[in-house]
Design a protein around this ligand. Structure first.
Ligand code: SF4
Length: 355
């Protein structure tokens, strides 16, 4: 299989995935379920391809971590479907579900909380190998497999790390152990939920480079959840932008980060530190002046129409009542924004075609 063919292969797909959490009212003696719910994720469509990184970017509370947990089958879906290798996955205990949880592994944000402090690295990795039937047939083979896992995450020599406890490791080393544990299942997909946000700035790049190396060598499909759109440009092949439970823009990372179409993405870019930004650069200054203000909306009663309309500097009358569909732009970029409905007719450079 050629490298291009591998990158065209869709491994994991979310089709209209929706998650609403019921709001519970607690009384002194009773817990009553109200009719209201938190619209955490609505109608999310995404595809993870073999040997590529897809970034899901958004501010806190946008629903991006919930998407990762839904893909990891930690929550049941309210609506929609998840497909692995083109086959719909049903939550439960069957063989196909066990295969799914082995092949789709989640890496959490906080490596200290995700490792048990009373157990060594050897315990964590041995357990993962045994659960997934990859420990080998004897002690010697187990030692070889443990060493291979640590070498794969560049913790060498392995003997130096195997008998250490989590508190004896740095944050970056702990996250590498968490990644090694996920690799113990021999997965096809890694869901990395803000994998570097709790690490010192100086070691973030090393962990991102490790994930990039694993993507290239093991042809993993990686979902990279982040609030840092600048890191998405560096690390991801494709970038999706999420706002208030919906994905509002997508495309290849270079295009989305350098030529954002959706006003929310423009706001994110304008507020991100950019070492390449030239002071006084007119386009950037204009974008910063135009950026909307205010807070993300409540997801218990999200705004009608476009959920960004209360903050959007370009909002029109219809934006508060009509939900914009996805409009395809040039070069695979798309945006869910009414600005692009007639872009092709009125000569907008981001030539748009409604789907
Ligand atoms: Fe702004 Fe309207 Fe576009 Fe929403 S649809 S981003 S409110 S212009």
């Amino acid at each position: 299989m050629t490298e291009q063919h591998q990158q065209d292969t869709i491994v994991l797909e979310a089709r209209g995935v929706t998650k609403h959490f019921p709001v519970r009212r607690t009384g002194r003696d009773v817990v009553a379920r109200s009719r209201r719910s938190v619209h955490a994720v609505d109608d999310v469509w995404l595809q993870l391809r073999r040997g590529t990184v897809t970034a899901l970017v958004g501010e806190s509370g946008s629903g991006k971590s919930t998407v990762a947990r839904l893909l990891a089958q930690l929550y049941p879906l309210t609506k929609g479907e998840i497909q692995l290798d083109g086959t719909a996955v049903k939550a439960g205990r069957g063989r196909s579900f066990r295969r799914y949880v082995r092949q789709v592994q989640l890496i959490f944000q906080d490596p200290f909380a995700s490792l048990n402090p009373v157990h060594t690295v050897r315990y964590h990795l041995t357990r993962a190998l045994k659960i997934h039937g990859r420990a080998g047939t004897g002690d010697a083979e187990l030692e070889t497999n443990l060493a291979a896992l640590l070498e794969r995450v560049q913790l060498t020599p392995p003997q130096r790390f195997l008998d250490k406890f989590p508190h004896e490791l740095s944050g970056g080393q702990r996250q590498r152990v968490a990644i090694a544990r996920a690799l113990g299942a021999d997965p096809k997909v890694l869901l990395a939920d803000e994998p570097v946000s709790m690490l010192d700035v100086s070691i973030r790049l090393g962990v991102l480079n490790l994930l990039k190396d694993l993507k290239d060598r093991l042809h993993l499909a990686i979902l990279y959840i982040t609030h840092d759109i600048a890191s998405a440009r560096y690390f991801a092949d494709t970038t999706l932008v999420m706002y208030a439970g919906r994905i509002v823009e997508g495309g290849d990372s270079e295009t989305v980060t350098q030529h954002p179409a959706h006003p929310y993405t423009q706001l994110l870019i304008a507020s991100a530190p950019d070492p390449d930004r030239v002071v006084g650069e007119p386009q950037r200054e204009e974008a910063q002046e135009e950026t909307g203000s205010g807070e993300p909306p409540s997801l218990i009663a999200p705004p009608g129409g476009c959920r960004f309309h209360p903050r959007c500097p370009k909002a029109m009358e219809r934006c508060s009542t009509e939900l914009p569909p996805r409009f395809d732009l040039a070069d695979g970029q798309w945006a869910a924004c009414w600005l692009y409905e007639n872009a092709k007719d009125n000569g907008n450079e981001k030539e748009a075609v409604s789907r």
